[in-house]
Design a protein around this ligand. Structure first.
Ligand code: CUA
Length: 326
């Protein structure tokens, strides 16, 4: 393969990375569209500056490698080193600063509070006027075409909240609340990722965001507020017994059951989520069994111990119980 081909293929694969559910260049919300617009102004500007400097460099080194007259050299320093950067940076700054106002624009009523944990996301929905939140974890659902307020904080270390297809990035600090707002436009499933190094499993701290039509979102939120479904078959019932016997309820809540722990993610509707383990495993019975048996192998240094002493049948029953928490 000639080098021209290699460059072409690499270039095309880079362009392919611009699409998809975790790309700033494929915006699905008002905020992300603004940021993508900023990129498409900054990027060509940077390319033009780079081409001019490269051309100047080639001219003085290869085409005309003679000492420059003093007056020309001084003009180059003052013009290229002071005037042009000042004008270019002032122009870009005055274009980009007003774009930031949207990041803090007031929402339309719904507030979602997200707490960064090692290495998962505690998610609380506060509809307008609510006195208690609807608690979930490791995924976020948003109504389309509505601006939603996000209140962000952290439990132990600094994390950073970012859903590239929907908007900008905001750090999450222990003991402090930061805020931003988002207006998602296109229903779909997008991916967010923690973008501040927060320990051994930082790279495994992701989440899905589902943008829903407002009516579908309201129906989903109503269901999310309801207690867990009772097991429908014998295997799931045995699974619930394993869950209770092993003390899972000391760390996890399954609303409507004796499990009221708040150390780990709320599991009331865990079977209906897009992923397990904060965006790293699919949501199916095999993945539940894999996670419960091998937590530390899947997510190094995670707080949940591996329940590798459970028999295969117990793991299978437990998985069916958890998957049934729809
Ligand atoms: Cu949380 Cu990186």
């Amino acid at each position: 393969m000639s080098s021209r081909w290699v460059v072409g293929v690499c270039g095309l694969s880079l362009l392919a990375a611009c699409e998809g559910r975790q790309s700033v260049l494929d915006p699905a919300g008002e905020d992300a569209a603004r940021l993508a617009g900023l990129f498409w102004v900054m990027f060509p500007a940077a390319v033009v500056i780079w081409i001019c400097l490269a051309a100047l460099f080639i001219y003085v080194v290869r085409i005309n490698p003679v000492a420059m007259k003093r007056g020309w050299a001084e003009a180059l320093i003052v013009g290229g080193g002071i005037l042009v950067p000042t004008v270019a940076l002032a122009g870009l700054l005055s274009y980009s600063l007003p774009l930031m106002s949207l990041h803090r624009a007031p929402g339309d009523g719904l507030t979602i509070r997200v707490v960064g944990e090692q290495w998962w996301w505690r998610v609380e929905y506060w509809p307008e006027g609510a006195e208690t939140p609807i608690i979930s974890a490791n995924e976020m659902r948003l109504p389309s075409d509505e601006r939603v307020d996000l209140v962000l904080t952290s439990h132990e270390v600094i994390h950073s909240f970012w859903v590239p297809a929907l908007g900008g990035k905001t750090d999450m600090f222990p003991g402090r609340e930061t805020s931003m707002s988002l207006r998602a436009l296109e229903p779909g499933v997008y991916r967010g990722q923690c973008t501040e190094f927060c320990g051994a499993s930082h790279a495994l701290m992701a989440f899905e965001v589902e943008v829903m039509e407002p009516a579908a979102f309201d129906a989903w939120l109503e269901h999310a507020a309801s207690p867990a479904e009772t097991p429908v078959d014998a295997a799931a019932e045995r699974g619930q017994a394993v869950f209770q016997r092993e003390g899972c309820g000391a760390c996890h809540t399954v609303r409507g059951t004796p499990a009221v722990g708040e150390v780990g993610p709320d599991l009331t509707h865990v079977g209906a989520r897009h992923s397990l383990g904060a965006g790293i495993l699919p949501n199916d019975p095999e993945a539940f069994a894999h996670w419960v048996r091998d937590t530390g192998e899947i997510k190094p240094a995670v707080a949940m111990p591996a329940y590798d002493h459970l028999a295969e049948t117990e793991l299978a029953d437990l998985s069916l119980y958890l998957e049934g928490l729809q």
